[in-house]
Design a binder for this molecule. Structure first.
Ligand code: ATP
Length: 286
């Protein structure tokens, strides 16, 4: 087998809490991660040597700073592979959006090249390599629903939420993760998401218990700085969303709907009012 294709799924955070700032500048977090059915597609082809990358958009770099390049280098070096690979990325996940687009591409690269070169690394071994690239990469290798602790790399699988319709809207603004964490004043955050309550609601398969507990402490930074985030949330709620929240460090907002027509109606209005340039109606992934 010389060529393989892999899907790299995006994630949302049903809940995101920051516990404390660590000495090394990282943050200790507690997050409920959820795969969504929105994905990039990566095609890997064996070559005689070296790593080459093409991307179908100029929105992400196609050079050595791309996390795909870093993941391929790390895996091939660690396994002592002397053959090379050419990778093509079809980018569908919004970029710099809080949906782990880069991390999931890195995860798909580790999984894809493990298969293409018959390396037989276990998922746990790939996660240990992946965390060197980014804190979200181990979760992207695992996928599904999970509690992520530590810097995001300590994972406990959870039951998937009951089926629902998701609306994902990325406004046309760039929000850097570094800006958000730099401006997070933890001591001033009075409302932390009820993560343990959400875990119980997942076990009970109680969609309302989940949507009542959506929460992200990073909104305390982004919502005042970018009012469009609150406007999109309000639009989703007024169209019948059971809950709406910013994902990760933003600026993407997701809404959870029981009825697909309501999600479509909200999508239509968000598009026509120009609140977000990238809008998707989808479902939870596994
Ligand atoms: P997270 O949710 O993990 O914070 P994000 O969705 O906010 O991630 P990404 O889409 O991963 O952010 O992109 C952040 C930056 O990483 C981009 O501006 C881009 O320059 C760089 N990058 C490197 N490789 C990739 C990739 N394969 N896909 C997207 N961005 C990449």
């Amino acid at each position: 087998m010389q060529t393989i294709t892999r899907k790299a799924y995006a994630k949302i955070n049903l809940a995101l809490d920051v516990v404390r700032r660590l000495e090394n500048g990282y943050h200790e977090v507690r997050m409920i991660m959820q795969t969504v059915d929105l994905y990039d597609e990566l095609t890997f082809q064996k070559t005689e040597g070296g790593i080459s990358l093409t991307v179908d958009t100029t929105a992400v770099p196609a050079d050595q700073s791309n996390l795909i390049y870093k993941a391929a280098t790390l895996l091939l070096d660690s396994a002592g592979v002397t053959d090379g690979v050419s990778v093509h990325l079809q980018k569908n996940i919004p970029v710099a959006a809080g949906m782990a687009g880069g991390s999931t591409d890195a995860a798909a690269t580790l999984l894809g090249l493990n298969e293409l070169f018959g390396l037989h690394y276990t998922k746990e071994e790939l996660k240990a390599l992946g965390v060197k690239i980014g804190a979200d990469v181990p979760y992207c290798i695992q996928g599904g629903t999970a509690l992520a602790e530590g810097i995001g790399e300590i994972l406990s699988p959870l039951p998937a939420p009951p089926a629902a319709h998701l609306l994902i809207a990325k406004p046309d603004i760039d929000v850097s993760t570094a800006f958000v964490y730099r401006n997070l004043h933890l001591e001033a955050v009075t409302k932390h998401p009820d993560i343990d309550g959400m875990i119980a609601a997942l076990h009970a398969q109680d969609l309302k218990g989940i949507t009542d507990r959506l929460g992200n402490v990073l909104e305390t930074v982004t919502v005042p700085a970018y009012p469009v985030i609150a406007q999109i949330k309000e639009k989703m709620i007024s169209h019948g969303a059971q809950g709406a929240l910013m994902s990760g460090s933003g600026p993407t907002v997701f809404g959870i709907f029981e009825r697909e027509e309501d999600a479509q109606g909200a999508a239509e209005e968000i598009r026509t009012q120009g609140l977000a340039g990238q809008v998707f109606v989808t479902v939870f992934g596994t």
